[in-house]
Ligand binder design. Structure first.
Ligand code: NCD
Ligand code: ZN
Length: 347
């Protein structure tokens, strides 16, 4: 088979991104807006986006951080807490303030301190979301100190996710940034109400990238990268053509000095070369024909949003990812820093 020199796909979306706030927002958001038509924006700011007014104000700050002629649309999310009011959720969704709500188990990851301590406490909210067809986005890791960090996703499935989808079979769930073969298997065996996003880093690296030959903080994110057989399961799922898997970068920028520290932050900044990174995987897997589904079709269909108009083109050309990127005055080390990728997004 001859390999193409260019690939043109319908404009893609990022179904999971951290755009941050303040000065960082102005530096970060243009990278996502350059690559994607829309993005599901995570609400784990400090303080988190826990009510409609806060979410609407954050959306306005995102738009203000982008050029006036931008065609990028942020899709906002609400941060669930033990005290979230079902009526407020239904109202904010009906008013299109946010399209989904995010469940962070308390203390699971960056910015989750106000998250949900016990899913039983938010069952009325989740039942309402089931009734109105509003997607629930889940960071799927237990926080139990007795559970090994590499097992936290698999244990979450057994303890929390399986019982939840049994109790609320109509609830539309996105299992975010899946990292394990167990998660892939769970999603595949669940009905079409359950989907998952997959990040570029979990398709490219396993835990060796983080730990062999020295500790590499820029390969550290949550959920943490797992063993090789999990990475292979994720690559298979992403490139399978299944509508239950779609693109979500989990691009999560942190200043270089906050990652290169005794207690470094979790999060990988992959927004600047996200499409190039994913496309490398699809090519390696011999699945270039399935890239458009993953990047541009499965997500909107799950979220019941229109497919984007217009296209983007990537061309076969070497692109060297910089060692660091200045983002609104903050130095950040991007995913693939110093590596050369084989495709370039045409601007
Ligand atoms: C995210 C962040 O920094 O906000 N970090 C990460 O490692 N992915 C939070 C998250 O999505 O878990
Ligand atoms: Zn995230």
């Amino acid at each position: 088979m001859t390999s193409p020199e260019t690939i043109t796909i319908r404009r893609p979306d990022d179904w999971h991104v951290h755009l941050r706030d303040g000065a960082l927002l102005a530096g970060v958001a243009p990278h996502t807006a350059r690559q994607f038509a829309r993005a599901i924006v995570m609400p784990n700011l400090s303080p988190p986006m826990m009510d409609s007014a806060g979410v609407a104000a954050y959306r306005a700050r995102i738009m203000a951080a982008l050029p006036d002629d931008t065609s990028f649309t942020p899709l906002m999310t609400l941060y669930l807490t033990d005290h979230t009011d079902p009526d407020e959720v239904a109202r904010g969704h009906a008013d299109a303030v946010f399209v989904a709500a995010k469940l962070y188990p308390a203390h699971a990851t960056t910015g989750s301190a106000h998250g949900v301590t016990d899913i039983a406490r938010i069952m009325p909210v989740l039942a309402r979301m089931e009734a109105i067809g509003m997607p629930l986005l889940i960071h799927g890791e237990v926080t139990d100190a007795h559970v090994d960090i590499f097992d936290r996703e698999a244990v979450f499935i057994a303890r929390t996710l399986e019982p939840l989808v049994k109790a609320l079979p109509g609830l539309r769930v996105v299992f975010e940034h899946v990292t394990t073969a167990e998660a892939v298997q769970f999603v595949e065996s669940a009905g079409p109400n359950v989907a998952a996003t997959i990040t570029p880093q979990h398709l490219h690296i396993n835990r060796n990238a983080m730990l062999v030959g020295g500790i590499r903080p820029h390969a550290y994110c949550l959920p943490v990268a797992k063993r090789e057989h999990h990475r292979l399961a994720l690559r298979k799922a992403a490139t399978s053509g299944s509508a239950q898997f779609f693109l979500g970068t989990d691009s999560a920028p942190h200043a270089r000095h906050l990652k290169e520290a005794a207690c470094g932050c979790a999060g990988i900044f992959n927004a600047p070369y996200a499409l190039e990174s994913y496309l490398a995987v699809f090519e390696e897997e011999g699945a270039l024909d399935r890239f458009e589904g993953f990047a541009s079709e499965h997500g909107p269909r799950f979220y019941r949003l229109p497919l984007n108009e217009g296209t983007v083109t990537l061309e076969r050309a070497p692109v060297t990812v910089p060692e660091e990127i200045d983002v609104g005055g903050t130095v950040i080390v991007p995913f693939h820093a110093g590596e050369t990728l084989g495709w370039r997004l045409r601007s």
